[in-house]
Every structure is written in structure tokens, then in C-alpha cells.
Design a protein around this ligand. Structure first.
Ligand SMILES: NC(=O)c1ccc[n+]([C@@H]2O[C@H](COP(=O)([O-])OP(=O)(O)OC[C@H]3O[C@@H](n4cnc5c(N)ncnc54)[C@H](O)[C@@H]3O)[C@@H](O)[C@H]2O)c1
Length: 375
């Protein structure tokens, strides 16, 4: 009999429901050592709680997260609420003796991230932070290649996450557009963990950052006939330096809510003197590889479904967001059970704190128009 991971969700909005759907499809995983069961959900909105009634394993629906945390049926809590609530709820989860998959960012700012990391270490609970794109087959190939040394001498790295729906000025404001609820780091808090996860795991931590931050729309419709102020950063370009094989290498990190034409495009490009790789979720099956001998060429591989955790899905089928999100949860469950092996794991609390050190340094860099050392 496999052990069962009994999950409670706090925040049943966009991501809470995405998590529920990942658990409902858990049987896609082949010979996975852990079962999963969604047992409790907390949200303030009754209509959202109603949505979860269609899941037979859910026994507790509540607007009070303390009630969810008091349940002995819950082992692990996934928290997907606005950023201003992260710290208080994450600390409540740890105080209740539960393990945690935290949504990013890891608290609203650096001070909060450090407090959460310290509380996690003190509690001894298993804590990770969400970032799913590295679990796509194309990204796994880029990571393996980067670790193989095939790039030769490193030339440059670019890691990006681009959205475009905010280009529409009639899109109503929500909590992600305001510093009070999203955080002063703005788009870096929304999209930043996604762009640093792979470089950080490869050991590429910026020693210096020069940041260009942009606020384009200062107000939006509030959805009730009026307007609401929008004071978060829309776009962030971080020009950083990282040490790869002892060589100071430029790494650009791009987080954009205003990227013309990009719906939810995560991409990475790594270039060296002997080889390069490029992958974007805009073309989820396509892996670009650069090689040179007498001539130089970029070759295109049509990828299949080679996920880190094997599934029953046909090996030639194409992967998408729900697949990498499920794979991320599998990595969380496997690592918690001591069965991750040498596979890629979820963001650790230390990595999450380092992301905040970078974003805080980026705020200072932009304000001072100078390069800043994170940390
Ligand atoms: N991993 C990803 O790809 C990804 C994508 C989008 C958002 N996120 C992150 O997920 C988190 C949630 O974002 P979202 O897009 O799902 O937001 P959302 O607004 O769709 O959902 C947030 C939910 O939290 C609920 N909530 C607010 N206060 C609460 C409280 N005190 N107790 C219980 N529930 C409460 C709201 O009612 C809402 O349903 C954020 O941290 C965000 O950055 C991650």
C-alpha cells in the first residue's frame, strides 16, 4: 500500500484549482511511490468553495484557514493567496506542524522571506516554493546539456518570462497590480522565481545586478465603473553577472507583463563557444541546439513527452502547463518521501531567499541607476 499525501489548499483561485486538477490526474504518473488526496480547501469566496464540492475526497470546506490547519487529516498545505498574506499564513502552516508548498514569491519582501526560511528551518517541516517550468521535457534537456560542459566557454545566458494581457489598458486592476497586495517588487514577485530557478540550481547566482524597471499604466478600470491606481512595476530587465566555470558571464533576466504577443511565454537561452541551447514554451515541442565544427548550425528537435517522472502519456505527445505543474507536485511529493533521486527538485527556502536578495538589489539598482551587489 503506497503512502498517501493528504493535501489542504488555502486559496482556491486560479492556482488552487490548478493544483486540484493536478491531483485529480495523479494516476497519469507511472509507478509513482506516493498517492495524493485533496482533503480540505479554504477560500473566502463561497462560489469557489462550491467548485471544490465536485471532488469526492474533499471533506472540509472553510473560509477560515485556522480551521483547515487544525484538521489532523491534512499533512501538506498548498498556499495560493495574494502576496501580502503569504508570510502570516506560511508561518501559521508551520506552527500547525504541516509541510508546505508555498506559492511564489516567498513572502512579500526580503525580510519576510528570511523570517519564513528561518521558521521553516526551526520547525523541521518540509518546505518548498512553486516554480513548474523546469519540469517540462525541453527545459530538462537544457539543464542536462548545461551540466554536461558541452557549451565550451560560457558566453551569455538569458532567462525570460513574458506576459502580454496587461497591454490592454481596459483590463481591470486586481491585487497583482498594487504594491500593498503584490509587493514593492511588483512583476519580479509575480514572475521572478520562474526565471531564477534554473540558473540558481545550476549554481549561477548574480554577483552584481543593473536593473531597468518600468511602470507603464498608472491606473486601470476597477471593474465597478471607476478607476484604481496601479503602482507595481510592469516590466523588469535585470542585467546580471554570474560565475560560470570561473568566467564572469552576463546573464539577463526578463520579467514582463507588457511583452507584445506573449501569453505566458517562459524561455531560456544559454550560449557558449562550442554550443548553445534555446527553449521557449511558445513552441513547447521545439528544442533549438547550436553546434559548430567547420560550419556552424542551429538544429531543431521535435520533442516528445519525456518528463522527469514517467507517465502513461504517449512518448510522442506534446506537454503543456498542466503537465509541468503536475510534475512539480510529483517532485515535491517524491523529495518529501526521500525518492527524488538525482532528479530536479522544487525551489528550496534558501533559493527563494536568494531570489528576494536579487529583487531587493534590483529595486536599489533602479533607484540609484547603478549596479548593486545582492545579499
Ligand atoms: N506557479 C504559477 O505559475 C502561478 C501562476 C499564477 C499565480 N501564482 C501565485 O499563486 C498565488 C495566488 O495567485 P492566483 O493567481 O491563484 O490568485 P487568485 O486571485 O486567482 O486566487 C487567490 C485566492 O485567495 C483567496 N484568498 C484571499 N484571502 C484569503 C484568505 N485569508 N484565506 C483564504 N483564501 C484567501 C481569494 O479569495 C482567491 O480565491 C500568488 O502567490 C501568485 O503569485 C503562481
Amino acid at each position: 500500500m503506497k503512502p498517501t499525501l493528504r493535501v489542504g489548499i488555502i486559496g482556491g483561485g486560479l492556482m488552487g484549482r490548478e493544483a486540484a486538477s493536478a491531483f485529480a490526474r495523479w494516476f497519469v504518473l507511472n509507478n509513482f511511490p506516493v498517492q495524493v488526496e485533496l482533503v480540505a480547501v479554504c477560500d473566502l469566496q463561497p462560489t469557489l468553495l462550491d467548485w471544490f464540492r465536485q471532488i469526492p475526497t474533499v471533506k472540509l470546506l472553510t473560509p477560515d484557514h485556522h480551521q483547515l490547519l487544525a484538521s489532523p487529516e491534512v499533512d501538506v498545505v498548498y498556499v495560493a493567496v495574494p502576496h501580502n498574506l503569504h508570510e502570516a499564513i506560511y508561518l501559521d502552516v508551520l506552527a500547525a506542524g504541516k509541510d508546505l508548498l508555498a506559492e511564489k514569491p516567498f513572502g512579500i519582501d526580503l525580510a519576510a522571506a528570511r523570517r519564513i526560511r528561518d521558521a521553516a528551518a526551526k520547525s523541521g517541516r518540509f518546505v518548498r516554493c512553486s516554480s513548474e517550468f523546469p519540469f517540462l521535457p525541453g527545459v530538462q534537456r537544457v539543464i542536462e546539456w548545461a551540466q554536461s560542459g558541452a557549451m565550451g566557454k560560457p558566453l551569455e545566458v538569458r532567462s525570460c518570462f513574458w506576459h502580454s494581457s496587461d497591454l490592454d489598458p481596459t483590463k481591470p486592476a486586481n491585487w497583482k497590480r498594487q504594491v500593498r497586495t503584490c509587493g514593492a517588487i511588483g512583476v519580479m514577485g509575480d514572475l521572478g522565481m520562474h526565471v531564477v530557478h534554473v540558473p540558481f540550481r545550476l549554481g549561477w547566482f548574480p554577483s552584481r545586478v543593473y536593473a531597468q524597471l518600468q511602470k507603464i499604466y498608472h491606473e486601470r478600470p476597477d471593474g465597478k465603473g471607476g478607476t484604481a491606481p496601479c503602482d507595481t512595476w510592469d516590466n523588469a530587465m535585470l542585467h546580471t553577472e554570474v560565475n560560470i566555470q570561473g568566467i564572469e558571464t552576463p546573464m539577463r533576466l526578463e520579467m514582463k507583463r507588457l511583452a507584445p504577443g506573449a501569453t505566458n511565454s517562459w524561455s531560456i537561452e544559454i550560449l557558449g563557444t562550442d554550443g548553445g541551447m534555446r527553449y521557449s514554451t511558445a513552441e513547447p515541442k521545439t528544442l533549438w541546439k547550436f553546434d559548430r565544427s567547420k560550419e556552424q548550425w542551429w538544429s531543431r528537435t521535435d520533442l516528445g513527452f519525456q518528463t522527469p517522472f514517467p507517465t502513461i502519456t504517449g512518448g510522442i505527445f506534446e506537454p503543456g502547463f498542466p503537465d509541468c505543474f503536475l510534475q512539480m507536485w510529483a517532485a515535491f511529493a517524491a523529495e518529501r518521501a526521500g525518492a527524488l533521486g538525482n532528479r530536479f527538485g522544487c525551489v528550496t527556502p534558501d533559493e527563494a531567499v536568494r531570489s528576494h536578495e536579487l529583487f531587493e538589489a534590483s529595486l536599489a539598482s533602479h533607484a540609484q541607476r547603478t549596479a548593486v551587489i545582492p545579499g
